[in-house]
Ligand binder design. Structure first.
Ligand SMILES: [Zn+2]
Ligand SMILES: [Zn+2]
Length: 122
């Protein structure tokens, strides 16, 4: 995220409200409701990504996913498939997320594997 960008809000799909018979609240996806019934804690996905195109001012647009997410043994997964490993998992498996190539190089110099925020190599 080093290009000039502006935050435009949450994904429209995250506004979708489905009443949940389990927690008596709302989720934005059938999967979220199902996971809630399975006893998972449902959160809101913090992942941010660029939208296609630019604003009138030539800025990239960043949208927050904000879809239902739930936690399992390794971390959290949202209905859009965004996976974020917990710190515990990163330590246990001997790797860390890195925001940029410099950070990745720094981690590798300490003998720690670096993985991009998207989950691939950096
Ligand atoms: Zn629920
Ligand atoms: Zn997401």
């Amino acid at each position: 995220m080093n290009e000039e960008a502006t935050f435009v809000g949450s994904s429209p799909a995250s506004e979708h409200k489905i009443s949940c018979g389990n927690c008596k609240g709302h989720h934005n996806s059938p999967q979220g409701v199902r996971k809630c019934f399975e006893g998972k804690e449902i959160g809101s996905c913090p992942d941010q990504y660029y939208l296609p195109g630019y604003t009138e001012d030539g800025l990239r647009m960043i949208e927050e996913c904000a879809m239902d997410l739930w936690y399992d043994d390794r971390g959290s997964t949202c209905t859009n498939g965004h996976f974020n490993a917990s710190m515990e998992t990163q330590y246990r498996e001997g790797w860390r997320y890195a925001d940029c190539p410099e950070e990745a190089a720094n981690l590798r110099s300490m003998g720690i594997d670096a993985v991009s925020m998207r989950g691939d190599s950096i």
